[in-house]
Ligand binder design. Structure first.
Ligand code: ADP
Ligand code: MG
Ligand code: ZN
Length: 607
């Protein structure tokens, strides 16, 4: 992991000293001098003098104080002064020292200070600290110890990441390389009068390597790297956010050239709605305002580059995105086929692989997976290899690991009744057959009826041969037909439906709706956008943007398409009834079959 140097906290020592002083004062108030003299008789005093135990004596008008050595310690006694005229001579003979023995009465000034002034001062101190905190809550005052940002300073060499650690994402790397170059040689840009954009915003779905890229920039540029997460600004005490921002930028300015990285900036950078009024929103706005102010106050030529990352760019306040702030936007998208393969290779470098692993096959089977998921696949495969007592990762480990990530672990001991198992087998073969019988479907790669921890009772895996970026209307329709194939097979064989198709139904509906509302593939609405997607990188929640009448019409169209696809699937399966039975029986026996086996059995029948 990363080593980090936390900025030293001066305040810590100040608090230590204050604590020690307070404890000492309390001590002296509540446990006054432990050398408090004890009463003794005059006879005892004389005896001690004669025994030579008395080391010091103090003669007062009414009292005699004396100190007696008692082994290691010295005890102090007082006794009455009988005004014995020979006493002084006797003491001199015994070679007793004269000096102060009994503690003096506290001076009136000191006693006043301790009993009145000190408590008052302590009270005033506490009050002062509180008022300080309140002041910050209001966004004013200047940052003392309380507002110190806990941005971590990552020293250059210690982020340990370089662009070589980031696979794919070539466009993002290209854009960031310019920033690295600027940090290396700001003069080159200064000479010509060019200013670097102050901020760059990395946007993209979770797990695509945004944080990794920012670290790589620091690693490449070999400059200090201040990293703070948006949520850290709002944590701890309310009212600290603005102070933290101020402090962070102060530190950065001292360390320039350097990089300030604000991860998950959407937590503070959300649109200000003005209607905040009470509570937490106000706090966030304070922090955001402070951030905007600091960014404006910055001289771009100083060599401080501000990077930020988010997966919800649409929620960001417009003010953050205007020129002079985060005006450069760097998309970090989900990796394509080549990117996925490259990411797998980067992470496979860290594990021992059996030679000849086919990363391309794994990459093709993982369309839509993020870099983080791919890294996870490699790790799961390595764990599986260890579990099975192997000393290198095999292709089989990788394939199983893909399924674990997609569908969860196998539930080996799940008990499923035989007639249910049969239904599941027909259902899956139904999907596979409909896919195989259509010209535009992705080939079937694997069919299994081993239940998974995700709740899937079985599934049919289809893998595209290459990278797909577009889907035609025909392909979309065939996808929907394939999704309805499972239910269609159940109806055909068992003359009834089951609850097992809920996921198919959900996906089919989504696709069908998107065709009408977003892809402009309906006869009625032509190319009208009827839905807006609110967060494109996080599942893409769509909301209808049309009149209720239109919405009802949309629903009708969606249902129409699905009905049509369902009917198509049934027609296909009716024509393939014999193959359906044969394949289902085979699957029931084997539990998992490959795409090749599937095609072979299907082919035999056709021949
Ligand atoms: P984000 O910040 O975009 O959510 P991270 O940067 O935290 O994603 O990525 C999480 C992990 O996923 C990284 O630590 C890395 O192991 C892996 N990863 C993601 N994208 C890539 C990539 N392009 N190349 C190599 N590894 C990646
Ligand atoms: Mg991140
Ligand atoms: Zn299904």
């Amino acid at each position: 992991m990363l080593e980090r140097n936390r900025t030293p906290k001066k305040s810590f020592w100040v608090y230590c000293v204050i604590a020690v002083v307070v404890v000492m004062l309390l001590n002296s108030l509540f446990f006054p001098n432990l050398m408090q003299p004890q009463e003794s008789s005059y006879t005892q005093f004389v005896r001690s003098v004669e025994a030579g135990d008395v080391v010091m004596v103090e003669l007062q008008d009414q009292e005699i104080g004396y100190a007696v050595r008692d082994g290691e310690r010295v005890r102090v006694y007082v006794t009455g002064n009988p005004n014995d005229p020979n006493l002084v001579q006797r003491l001199l003979d015994a070679e007793v020292e004269f000096g102060q023995v009994v503690p003096k009465e506290m001076s009136p000034l000191l006693s006043f200070l301790l009993t009145w002034a000190l408590p008052f001062a302590m009270f005033a101190g506490v009050w002062y600290l509180f008022s300080r905190m309140m002041q910050k809550k209001m966004g004013g005052g200047n940052a003392m110890q309380f507002g110190k940002s806990n941005a971590k300073v990552y020293v250059a060499a210690q982020t340990g990441k370089t662009f070589a650690d980031v696979a794919g994402e070539d466009e993002a790397k290209e854009a960031l390389k310019e920033i690295v170059d600027f940090l290396h040689d700001p003069k080159k840009y200064e000479r010509i009068g060019a200013t670097m954009p102050k901020g760059a915003l990395l946007v993209g779905p979770p797990g695509t390597g945004k944080t990794l890229l920012a670290k790589a920039v620091a690693g490449e540029a070999k400059v200090p790297f201040f990293s703070i997460s948006g949520s850290e600004f709002v944590e701890m005490f309310v009212g600290m956010g603005a102070a933290k921002v101020r402090d962070l930028f102060k530190q950065a300015e001292e360390k320039a050239p350097c990089i300030v990285f604000i991860d998950e900036i959407d937590t503070i950078g959300k649109k200000r709605d003005g209607a905040a009024g009470f509570g937490g929103n106000d706090e966030r706005e304070q922090t955001l305002n402070q951030l905007l102010t600091e960014m404006d106050g910055f001289d771009g030529r100083k060599g401080v580059v501000i990077l930020a990352a988010t997966n919800r760019p649409e929620t960001l306040d417009k003010a953050l995105l205007r020129p002079g702030r985060f005006d450069r936007r760097i998309p970090v998208e989900l990796p394509d086929l080549a990117g996925r393969e490259a990411i797998l290779r980067v992470h496979a470098k860290d594990v021992r692989m059996e030679p000849g692993a086919d990363f391309n096959a794994i990459a093709r089977a993982t369309a839509g997976a993020s870099g983080a998921e791919l890294a996870n696949i490699i790790n799961e495969a390595a764990l599986r290899a260890v579990r099975l007592g192997r000393d290198a990762v095999t292709q089989e480990d990788l394939e199983e690991s893909v399924e674990v990530i997609l569908a969860g672990y196998q539930r080996k001991n799940a008990v499923i009744a035989p007639d249910e198992k049969k239904r599941i087998a027909y259902h899956e073969i139904g999907h596979a057959l409909v896919a195989a019988m259509q010209s535009h479907s992705a080939p079937v790669a694997k069919i299994t009826i081993v239940p998974r921890t995700s709740g899937a009772l079985g599934y049919t895996m289809q893998v595209e041969e290459g990278e797909r970026v577009l889907l035609t209307q025909e392909e979309l329709f065939q996808k929907i037909a394939t999704l309805t194939g499972g239910r269609a097979a159940e109806e055909l064989v068992f003359h009834s439906a089951s609850s097992g198709a809920s996921n198919d139904i959900e996906q089919a509906t989504k696709l069908s709706r998107a065709m009408v509302t977003r892809y402009g593939m309906s006869g009625t609405f032509d190319m009208t956008a009827l839905e807006t997607v609110s967060n494109q990188y996080l599942g893409g929640d769509a909301s209808l943007a049309c009149s209720p009448e239109t919405a009802a019409q949309v629903d009708r169209e969606v249902v129409e398409t699905i009905k049509e696809a369902h009917a198509t699937a049934r027609r296909i399966l009716e024509g393939q009834r014999e193959a359906l039975d044969r394949l289902a029986a085979y699957l029931l026996e084997k539990e998992t079959i490959t795409g090749a086996e599937f095609m072979e059995i299907l082919g035999k029948k056709q021949a």
